[in-house]
Design a protein around this ligand. Structure first.
Ligand code: 2P0
Length: 358
């Protein structure tokens, strides 16, 4: 609080998550309900993260229910989804204030929102997931809603589907649920960040600039046109979710890696099966897949494991490699020797960033 204007403010940060069972398709756009369950790993909090401050200004000029947003320092227009998310959270505050006359009247006060990413937003590294997760978390705190994490996760989902998974650390499932109101379509921690301490993620930035088909529009076209998606959601993902949860529980890297690579491959096959097709992988992505496939085969002869590295690709050409800490140094050397001029031809080093998970 200050002398003239009373200010309520909260700052939150949330990490990026990278899916190993991919979310792609909605059965309800209005409620943000997916056509299949998904599972991701949340990266280290201090590595790739969004940070958001939400300020509620009381006793100051400003229109009721107004909100202003700065993203990485630039003033941005609020999207329809963010507006809807804020309206939903303000409504929760209205209910709280109606029940208790002694609490401050914050529900309709102007909100100032500033969000920054500590990684290039343009690189297509799941910035919407971390951004919307910490927006929901910070608004909850600034409006003093005192919601439990599960409720904040459900609100984050309204901003961006994959954001619901960034409310939890470690290995996180988003169960698709079956209820029409979406109340059982929620994120759930499968295993904590300490469960598999030597699990690491390596991010190879193949392009930090490429303009891609946005996920929301892309998955809409996929749902409308791809018969392969129907096969995926009915016959493939349910078994895969069960199998990867088992692999995680047992710290079975071979099973984890095979499911991860197969699911990335099928997600991109579904993109190709979309009409008109969607291309997220490029020639660099294909070379990374070949390299990892060859490396796994060669390595298998000496370490007896089927897989040493798993690749996965989201809605863009950048590779995320999952591997164990003891293999990171050699894989970094391998990638750097295979891409002497960088994975992104414009960059000087193949491996732009290395992010641990533990
Ligand atoms: C995922 N992706 O599970 C998948 C894998 C991209 C490929 O979630 O429309 O930004 O905001 O719900 O969450 C990207 O989709 O889309 C995504 P919306 P979102 O991480």
């Amino acid at each position: 609080e200050t002398a003239n204007a009373r200010i309520y403010e909260a700052t939150a940060s949330a990490p990026v998550n990278i899916a190993v069972i991919k979310y792609w398709g909605k059965r309800s756009e209005a409620l943000m309900l997916p056509t299949n369950s998904s599972l991701s790993l949340t990266l280290d909090q201090d590595q790739l993260q969004s940070k958001t401050t939400v300020r509620v200004v009381v006793d100051a000029d400003g229109k009721e229910n107004d909100a202003a947003l700065w993203l990485n320092g630039n003033r941005e227009k609020l999207s329809g989804r963010v507006t809807a998310l804020l309206a939903r959270m303000r409504a929760l505050r209205v209910t709280k204030e109606a029940k208790d006359a002694s609490i401050p009247r914050l529900a309709s006060k102007p909100l100032l929102i500033a969000s920054v990413n500590n990684f290039p937003t343009a690189a297509g590294l799941a910035s919407s997931a971390s951004g919307l997760a910490c927006l929901a978390f910070a608004v909850n705190a600034a409006l003093q809603l005192e919601l439990p994490p599960a409720d904040i996760s459900a609100l984050a989902r309204l901003g961006s589907g994959s954001a619901c998974r960034s409310l939890f650390g470690g290995f996180v499932a988003w169960d698709m649920g079956s209820k029409p109101d979406g109340s059982d379509s929620v994120a759930r921690q499968v295993a904590s960040e300490t469960h598999w301490p030597n699990m690491c993620a390596l991010i190879l930035v193949a392009s930090a600039t490429q303009k891609e088909m946005p996920s929301t529009a892309g998955m809409q076209t996929t749902v409308e046109t791809s018969p392969l998606l129907q096969h995926r959601i009915q016959a493939v993902v349910p078994d895969r979710m069960a199998a990867i949860e088992k692999a995680i529980a047992a710290r079975d890297f071979d099973s984890f890696a095979e499911i991860t690579m197969r699911d990335s491959n099928q997600f991109h096959a579904v993109c190709l099966d979309t009409f008109p097709p969607i291309f997220y992988l490029n020639h660099v992505s294909h070379r990374v897949i070949s390299l990892i496939t060859m490396y796994n085969q060669v390595k298998s002869k000496s370490n007896g494991r089927k897989y040493t590295v798993a690749y996965t690709f989201d809605a863009g050409p950048n590779a995320v490699l999952y591997l164990l800490k003891e293999d990171v140094a050699e894989v970094l050397r391998l990638v750097n020797s295979y891409f002497p001029n960088g994975v992104d031809a414009a960059s000087s080093s193949a491996v732009d960033e290395y992010y641990g998970l533990s």
